[in-house]
Every structure is written in C-alpha cells, then in structure tokens.
Design a protein around this ligand. Structure first.
Ligand SMILES: [Zn+2]
Length: 74
C-alpha cells in the first residue's frame, strides 16, 4: 500500500563476509534482503539482514542533525 520513493529492493547492499579469513565486502542486490547469499570469494553462505547494517550510522547522523536543528530557538 504505502509506496516508498526509494525502493529498497533496487538498492545494492554492502555486507562484510563473516568469515574472519575472508572479510570481503560483498555487494548484494536489495532483493536478497531477508535471504542468504554466497560469498563469491570463500563460498560461505551468509544471511542478508532485512535492513542495511550501515544505515545505523546514517540514522545516528540524522538524529544528531535533528538535535542541532531543535537547539535553534526559532
Ligand atoms: Zn567470504
């Protein structure tokens, strides 16, 4: 129903391979969210989280910006 402007399924995700001997950054299509992909370097399969793990920083940055805006007594 609610259509988002940015379709997350069209976004490419960057995941770090959980294999400590590999730790490659893997680019996986957003359509793989909630599923699993196979690392093309070491062959291990990893879960693709429903949300981008790197978005946490973006959210924190956004909060920080909001707080700065709220400090303005206008
Ligand atoms: Zn790997």
């Amino acid at each position: 129903m609610a259509r988002k402007n940015a379709d997350p399924k069209s976004k490419t995700l960057a995941l770090m391979c959980p294999n400590l001997r590999c730790r490659k950054i893997l680019k996986v299509p957003g359509s793989a969210r909630g599923g699993s992909v196979r690392c093309s370097y070491c062959g291990i399969s990893l879960m693709v989280p429903d949300s981008n793990p790197f978005s946490k920083e973006n959210i924190q940055a956004a909060h920080r910006q909001k707080q700065v805006e709220q400090e303005d007594p206008a």
